[in-house]
Design a protein around this ligand. Sequence first.
Ligand code: TEU
Ligand code: CA
Length: 557
Amino acid sequence: MEHKWWHGKTAYQIYPKSFCDSNGDGIGDLQGIISKLDYLEQLGVEIVWLSPVYCSPLADQGYDISDYYNIDPRFGTMEDMEALIAQAKQRGIGIVMDLVVNHTSDEHEWFRKACQDPDGKYGKYYYIRDWHEGEPLPCNWRSYFGGPCWDKLPGHEDKLYLHVFHKKQPDLNWENPEVREEIYRMINWWLDKGLAGFRVDAIINIKKKLPFSDYPVDREDGLSSIGHMLDDATGVGSFLDEMAQRTFRRYDAFSVGEVFNEKDEELPRFLGDNGYFSTMFDFAENGLGKSPKGWYDAKPVTPEEYKRACFHSQRRVADVGFLSNIIENHDEPRGVSHYLPQGDCFPASKKMLGGLNFFLRGIPFLYQGQEIGMENFQYRSVAEVDDISALDEYQVSLNAGLSEEEALATISQFSRDNARSPFQWDSSPNAGFTTGTPWMKVNPNYLHINLASQREDPNSVWNFYRTLIQLRRNPKYHHTIVYGALTPYLPEQENLMAYCRHSEHQTLLVLGNFQRQPQTVPLPAPVIQTLINNLDALHLDGDVLHMDGYQFLVLEL
Ligand code: TEU
Ligand code: CA
């Protein structure tokens, strides 16, 4: 496998709206991020992915872009963006932007022009179909945020447009070469500014199975999950290859794909040498427990399921390329609230979960706040919900017969808002995120979970994450941690997640006791030294290790 500049990095995702507000309007911004570059450098991350900061009506918090070539004034200016790229670079940090090109905002100039003249040039940028009241829709796909993915084209009673996400996110027609040219031009324009690369949003959706047709109805709404269509669609690869060829590869840029349903045999083309992407997120764990019926039917994830999913993903890509490993992102609940058994969310277990994920082969991506162990929060009323996905699932839960209280409890567990509450910098009002009124409520637990207090505490979750990142960067272990093969260790031992990372001259054993109770683990070889321990003690009895509940260890063997 060819070595690449980004293989050994640790990445960090910023959700700009909730990271740091520099001017007191309650909305995080680019100057806020710039003011925290020293912090990011100290943490040790070397790639920073920004969720979208382009002009947007924020119907889906920036994933609905109305101008790809400008920064939304709420986040700052183009000068701020250029300053961020330059000042990050001085600290050895590459900035990665979000590339949202499955759809635009309905407020994008292209879509406005398409509405003015559906038969003209811009009408062909989108999927627009004739339709008359009373006729069936062109197809029965359910949009990701609920309801049919067809809506009336504004200003036209007899035309519909396609949106697989929100109705304010009309899908671009990638079959049209002019659309693809526009996108490549825009990507290169940004790469010319010195961006390190892109995180590529929802990209698998760009290929539609045409002509539009129905799939089996799978809920009472009479619609069908987009997943059926995606399984059926072929040929996304030629778009992705063309995009990579015309953009990323020319710049040796980093690209991380948000891809959910690639098939095994496609993996080498997606993330092998010269693949469509540098890497892709591993979403196997995030999918656990989910139900096609909706969030209300989801099951809790057990440690055994979590472990199996990780190992399965590792096996799939072992000889192919590098996954990007996460426990959470801006679309998911907080990892510690989601994967740790109920009642077991405390510093030691948070460290264990973080550590187990961090040393998997691949690029570790931390999400803002993960490094201080930020947790889900509880909604008090549905009026507090911002996430459009959660609002839809609230309705789905009510339709399934849940009470309002139960529906609220359900969406509290899974809402994307969980990850979007402001970063908890310190114990001052609003957690130091803003001097004004935050656009979203700060989690009340900021008084005891915040960066300022954890910086001073050598045993904090934050200092633990720093140690993980430093170990990955340490020249003595870097090669093994980045390139070493991964072999599951005692995968059948319940609630033990353990694996070896080994290169020619080195073996590291990573162990997490994924339960409250202690457990005993035989070691395969003598311990040379303990590199990481999330607890004070180490009970080693010859080649038998007695692990305390939620103990996490990295041992050099
Ligand atoms: O998400 C893509 C995606 O497939 C979503 O269905 C995701 O699983 C959903 O948000 C969960 O509720 C990306 C972005 O990460 C997300 O924030 C955007 O809303 C979406 O694309 C549309 O751009
Ligand atoms: Ca602001």
